[in-house]
Design a protein around this ligand. Structure first.
Ligand code: G4F
Length: 342
């Protein structure tokens, strides 16, 4: 007699982004049936998950993709109702801080309305669904480091303001309705899958291209800003751990180590034997109107409760990214054209 084993179902918004791609693989390895929501765009946006999607990583009946948009609450709610996931990981957002100064309304509307729609949808599943909200270290803004769950928020961008709203809304659904809803306050987390507009990847892409002779200089904004940069695959594990706890809660996830953008450049260029001062120029148009100057996560609560610890050092992270982007640059040189990555 065939016994049908019931598998857990998870829904990921933002599945085509860096974190979505790592979380998708992580959950598939754990045996989940995974549903991903992606936005319809005229150019393909699935490069990070094409191997999964094409059935190379897992059986095709274990992964399902749906079209959805953060401002289309009706379809988001309809999707959740249809899929009936046990876990929702809400990762999608307009996540670029500088862009949020240029498009403040779109950033806030998308980030806020998507979160409310999904919380509402989760609530209607009557406690059968747990909810993860991707909050952000940007919420701390100019609160001095190290920052932990008790540090006050002082957001410094439309993006950060929108994340403070989603954080509070998630707490409110927990308190008002008893929803198992948790906030992950993740500090910067990077990898070769990071989008090229974020500073780590912008630097490592430039290092690769400069090394093989495809680029001459790199324009950056504020070199003094300091961040706590960790390795993204480890951070998606923390998201999952939060939803496995008996009680929902909010957790800071970071390495506890802080480096400046200048130090990042020094290390990345140094990894291929170059001095960044020969290549990096500063461009005032890349400096933000207001900045979170120094962010460094104290993740001791996550260590004590979730058993989560960062494993990859900043130096190793930079090496991983430089190695990957050197390979990509060598490929570009061979092809005689630039490859648009993510
Ligand atoms: O790489 P960034 O753009 O990341 P940022 O602003 O810290 O935010 C990222 O991490 C947050 C925490 O996880 C997320 F919530 C958010 O969605 C995003 O993923 O910039 C890092 C620092 C900033 O201080 C910025 O001013 O690098 C500085 N910077 C200097 N020159 C630059 C540049 N940033 C970018 N993107 N591009 C530059 O040319």
């Amino acid at each position: 007699m065939l016994v049908k084993v019931s598998v857990k179902k998870a829904l990921i918004t933002g599945v085509t982004g860096q974190d979505g791609a790592y979380l998708l693989r992580f959950l598939l390895e754990k045996g989940y049936e995974v549903h991903g929501i992606r936005r319809r765009t005229s150019t393909l946006s699935t490069a990070r998950i094409d191997d999964v999607y094409a059935g190379r990583v897992c059986p095709q009946e274990q992964v399902f993709m749906h079209y959805g948009d953060l401002h289309d609450g009706v379809s988001l709610m309809e999707l959740v109702e249809r899929i009936q996931p046990e876990e929702i990981y809400h990762l999608a957002s307009q996540s670029h801080v500088q862009v949020s100064f240029e498009n403040p309304l779109a950033t806030v509307v998308d980030n806020v309305s998507g979160t409310i729609s999904l919380l509402e949808a989760a609530r209607r599943l009557n406690h059968r669904c747990r909810f993860y909200n991707a909050a952000s270290s940007e919420m701390f803004g100019i609160t001095p480091p190290p920052q932990n769950e008790r540090s006050p928020f002082h957001p410094r961008s439309p993006y950060a303001c929108s994340k403070v709203f989603t954080f509070n809304q998630t707490v409110n659904y927990r308190e008002a309705y008893g929803l198992h809803a948790s906030n992950g306050i993740l500090f910067n987390h990077e990898s070769p899958l990071r989008g090229e507009a974020f500073v780590t990847r912008k630097v490592t892409r430039a290092v690769g291209r400069i090394k093989v002779g495809l680029q001459r200089t790199l324009a950056l904004g504020n070199l003094e800003a300091r961040r706590d940069w960790g390795y993204a695959p480890e951070y998606v594990e923390a998201m999952w751990l939060m939803l496995q706890q008996v009680e929902p809660d909010d957790y800071v996830i970071g390495t506890g180590e802080m480096h400046s953008v200048g130090e990042l450049c020094e290390m990345a260029f140094g990894a291929v034997g170059l001095d960044y001062r020969d290549y990096v120029v500063t461009d005032p148009t890349l400096v933000r109107p207001s900045e979170a100057h120094a962010l460094c996560g104290d993740a001791s609560k996550a260590a004590a409760t979730l058993g989560w610890h960062p494993r990859t050092t900043f130096q190793r992270l930079v090496e991983i990214m430089v190695e990957a982007d050197l390979e990509l640059a060598a490929e570009e040189k061979k092809l005689g054209r630039l490859i648009s990555s993510y």
